[in-house]
Design a protein around this ligand. Structure first.
Ligand code: G3H
Ligand code: 13P
Ligand code: ZN
Length: 323
């Protein structure tokens, strides 16, 4: 058993209480490889932002769970070396079983999500409580989910979303003991969040549901999944350099700013990182067809990621200068 505190990581409790009081949100960025992790850490060091490093079960399979733990340890050393103190949590994204949560906790994660949103309300409560009872023995924080986001949720694809029912949240939170709650208010996973007809704009998030949730569980940390903006500059670049991504749409930044100032304390972003990386790699391949050194295309991709994460921390989530 590796305990996260020995790795220099923190759980999400203090991060969230500070974010709630300061009216900003903690970025939760997914990583699967070295360049993504370097970019996240570099951006958070340069903007002095706390951060949640997110690992999905797909990432664990892709990168190897042992290597991932050592990568997180390496990231903590990198931060120490930079001479600043940065609160960093290592979080399981969309855990779907008790066993997966246990495995992550045993390998040094400081926070886990148990996503029981595909189950019935009562089964979700039962599964989430089981994870909470285990995780809290090790002071690991737990995120639960109520409501279903459209798109891919940990290899489970949902055609339609179901908004969170505010009538459910008090019972869920009190019966499970979770530390934060992911809710569905109109975001969705991936780069194709809305099917827009020509001339249509992105529909606003359901802030009315969020406000009702806040009324039912005041001061309780809320999590927003599927919060990439699907930044047009990267989609355009992908299309310019030989890609084909049509009818993409994401969450406008001003809506994320509004959410970050509310009880939303954690904002999940993965797709924007994928887009920035792909855009830069495509640009290098298209403009320098003779290039074959991976550092010459992964390097610029990493630089683009750093700029994107700095932008999010500083201008969207407001987490910059809160380390
Ligand atoms: O919500 C899903 C995250 O973007 C992780 O995606 O399961 O393909 O790693 P993944
Ligand atoms: P995006 O696909 O919008 O980046 O959402 C990521 C996410 O919610 C990870 O859990
Ligand atoms: Zn998610």
């Amino acid at each position: 058993m590796y305990h996260y505190k020995d790795l220099g990581l923190v759980n999400t409790r203090e991060m969230f209480s500070k974010a709630m009081a300061g009216k900003y949100a903690i970025p939760a960025y997914n990583f699967n490889n070295m360049e993504q992790l370097q970019a996240i850490i570099t951006a958070c060091i340069e903007t002095k932002s706390p951060v949640i490093l997110q690992v999905s079960s797909g990432a664990r399979k892709y990168a190897n769970q042992i290597l991932l733990r050592y990568m997180a340890m390496g990231a903590m050393e990198m931060i120490k070396n930079a001479g600043i103190k940065l609160p960093v949590a290592l979080h399981l994204d969309h855990g779907d079983t008790f066993e997966l949560c246990v495995s992550c906790i045993e390998s040094g994660f400081s926070s886990v999500m148990i996503d029981g949103s595909a189950h019935s309300f009562q089964d979700n409560i039962q599964l989430t409580k089981k994870v909470v009872d285990y995780a809290h023995q090790y002071d690991v924080s737990v995120e639960g989910e109520l409501g279903v986001l459209a798109g891919i949720e940990d290899e489970v694809s949902h055609e339609a979303s179901h908004y969170t029912n505010p009538d459910d949240v008090e019972e869920f939170v009190s019966k499970t003991g979770v530390d934060s709650l992911a809710i569905s208010i109109g975001t969705s996973h991936g780069a194709y969040k809305f099917k827009l007809k020509p001339g249509e704009s992105v529909p606003p998030l359901r802030f009315d549901i969020l406000e009702e949730v806040e009324r039912r569980i005041p001061g309780f940390p809320i999590v927003l999944h599927g919060a990439s903006s699907v930044m047009p500059e990267y989609v355009d670049m992908i299309n310019k350099f030989g890609g084909k991504m049509e009818n993409t749409a994401g969450i406008p930044e001003e809506q994320l700013r509004r959410a970050a100032a509310s009880s939303v304390c954690k904002v999940n972003i993965d797709s924007d990182g994928r887009l920035a990386m792909t855009a830069k790699i495509r640009e290098v391949f298209a403009t320098k067809p003779g290039e074959f050194d991976p550092r010459k295309y992964l390097g610029p991709a990493r630089d683009a990621l750093v700029e994107m994460y700095k932008h999010k921390n500083t201008h969207v989530l407001g987490s910059a200068e809160h380390a």
